[in-house]
Ligand binder design. Structure first.
Ligand code: FES
Length: 575
């Protein structure tokens, strides 16, 4: 039986006369050619995140067709609608600046339109968290479908993938190891099919984490974008959307504290992108759940990296799919999981693990007892340089640099970095520590992926491959190196990073989780008194940029806007 406030009767336009509102709405929707029978079905909205600028979403039109088929086979009426879409390389100044705008768009359109459930089609890095943030706040039954990863390319017999190999080859080009013709040849092979980056970057991480969170059908995270199985997954997602509409299975019942613990466990075990901790904090924040970074670090000490994928390991997403995908990882992690957490299937996570066919011999997901890295991929640092915390992807760092003391070489901004990093005059040595500031949420603004500071050209040409780098920026999940990120509070709001001078000494000790600026407290106090905020002030700006500068929170709150997060009523993980 159709509930009273479902379908076309949901969320009527405000004319002060509900019957007239419905009369008008049905008049206009009939212009789309629907019958009365169709309009009485559960209505499933489908977010159309296609754009000619978003190659990661190239297959969205065929996914929408498959979702529509699934919805109709299950007795619902599918209606697609557009939302903002974001691609990493087509969002200036950075896609992170626009993630919250996409989340607002998704939330308000889900709420404003008469949908009984919604299929969220995401893929590229920011789209999955943005859609889930919006859906969590709208709290209409929602299910995630990702576009899926690209297949790998090859160059002169070597397997290539975006974008770990983009960075590796660019570093070789900067060092003079390959010439212009070779880098152009590689450029044509790095993204050979539709889909998202096929290493364990942010897109793959968010897909795996979302499956562990329970907001995606089991098996949905890793199927490559161009495989026929991806379309069957889309069809099944459409069918399940009709069921969650009937069951009124809303996101707040799935995105619980237990579910976020499972997502965090997955993040650690896959050696996932550091960006995911920011996105998970933002998603959880929509439900009043805070991420306790110190507890997350404790969780990391007992959660090994099991997945042997670039940039931490050697394989690619299509190999993880052939190894069974996320369920293979969940099976190994079972003792650490909250198996009672409800998922979009209507069943608990543990039931999904039990229902999956047995695993087989493979070398992509290691057994729990013989991991690729004995701790989780991400460690949380504290110290006088990062009182609000900083993170390091230890599984993708040079082991010898995880305990390191060196002289700071400071860059004041992205512009300063671009102007001086390759200068022959730059006073820098291989054991120095590169520091970039004013690249955080408010500073850049938008916390760009600038934390992967390039090795100064004169050092790169001498064969230096890695250095300790520290910033209040983020880093692409596809990058690697001994890189400290998300230093909180950021320099632009007066965090200690703003006080560092070139020549100061800094000590990084990942084993002790310490990041210290070795300058006496009295000297730091004097520098703090003399500090003046750099760059643009919110009052000088207009529009979305002003809203962003006025309300964006720090990385530990997911860089969400203050007025979109809910007050924290629970913290995870609870360890
Ligand atoms: Fe879209 Fe990498 S650029 S997933």
């Amino acid at each position: 039986m159709t509930p009273a406030k479902s379908g076309m009767r949901r969320g009527l336009t405000a004319y002060g006369d509900e019957a007239f509102s419905l009369f008008l709405r049905t008049a206009f929707i009939k212009a789309m050619g629907y019958s009365d029978d169709a309009l009485e079905r559960p209505i499933v909205g489908i977010t159309n995140t296609y754009s000619g600028f978003n190659a990661c979403h190239r297959t969205v039109p065929e996914l929408i067709d498959a979702v529509q088929r699934g919805v109709m086979l299950a007795g619902g009426l599918p209606v697609e609608f557009p939302t903002i879409t974001l691609h990493e390389s087509f969002a200036q100044p950075t896609s992170m600046f626009l993630r919250n705008l996409m989340a607002i768009d998704a939330e308000e359109m889900i709420r404003a339109q008469p949908v009984d459930a919604v299929v969220l089609i995401g893929g590229c890095d920011k789209t999955v968290p943005a859609l889930l943030m919006g859906a969590a706040s709208a709290n209409v039954p929602a299910i995630m479908l990702v576009t899926g990863p690209m297949l790998t390319g090859d160059h002169e017999g070597e397997r290539l993938g975006a974008c770990t190999d983009c960075r590796r080859f660019w570093a070789r080009f900067r060092a003079g190891e390959i010439d212009q013709a070779q880098i152009e040849a590689v450029n044509a092979k790095l993204a050979p099919t539709a889909g998202t980056c096929m290493v364990m970057g942010t897109a793959s991480t968010m897909a795996c984490v979302t499956e562990a969170l329970g907001m995606m059908l089991p098996g949905g995270a890793c199927i490559p974008a161009v495989m026929s199985e991806r379309l069957r997954n889309a069809e099944a997602t459409g069918a399940r959307a009709v069921a969650i509409a009937r069951e009124r299975l809303t996101p707040d019942r799935i995105m619980t504290a237990e579910a976020f613990e499972n997502a965090l466990t997955m993040l650690l075990a896959i050696g996932g992108s550091t960006n995911a901790i920011v996105h998970l904090a933002a998603m959880a924040g929509r439900l009043g759940i805070g991420i306790d970074l110190d507890a997350f670090d404790r969780m990391g000490r007992e959660t090994p990296v099991l997945v042997d994928l670039k940039p931490t390991g050697q394989h690619y997403m299509e190999d993880l799919e052939k190894a069974g995908g996320v369920i293979t990882i969940l099976r190994e992690l079972r003792p650490l999981l909250k198996t009672g957490a409800l998922t979009i299937t209507g069943k608990a996570l543990g039931e999904s693990i039990d229902a999956a066919p047995p695993g087989w011999k493979q070398d992509v997901v290691r057994p729990f007892a013989s991991p690729i890295f004995k701790e989780g991929g991400i460690a949380v640092l504290r110290g006088n340089l990062a009182p609000g915390g900083a993170i390091v992807k230890q599984s993708a760092a040079t082991p010898g640099l995880l305990q390191h003391e060196g002289r700071a070489v400071v860059f004041d901004s992205l512009e300063d970095l671009a102007a001086r990093i390759d200068s022959l005059e730059l006073d820098v040595a291989a054991d120095d520590i590169l520091v970039l500031r004013n690249a955080g949420p408010k500073g850049a603004p938008g916390m760009p992926e600038a934390g992967y500071l390039p090795i100064p050209k004169k050092l790169a040409q001498r064969g230096v491959k890695d250095m300790v780098r520290i910033s209040d920026a983020r880093m692409s999940g596809t990058a690697f190196g001994s890189i400290v990120l998300h230093v909180t509070p950021e320099a632009a709001v007066g965090g200690p990073l703003a006080l560092v001078k070139s020549g100061d000494r800094i000590r990084l000790d990942v084993a002790k989780r310490a990041l210290e600026l070795l300058v006496p407290a009295a000297e730091l106090d004097a520098r703090r008194s003399a500090w003046k905020p750099p760059g643009a002030r919110a009052g000088d700006e207009r529009g979305y940029r002003r809203l962003f500068l006025e309300t964006v929170q720090q990385a530990d709150r997911g860089c969400d806007f203050e007025f979109l997060s809910r007050p924290v009523i629970a913290r995870v993980p609870r360890r």
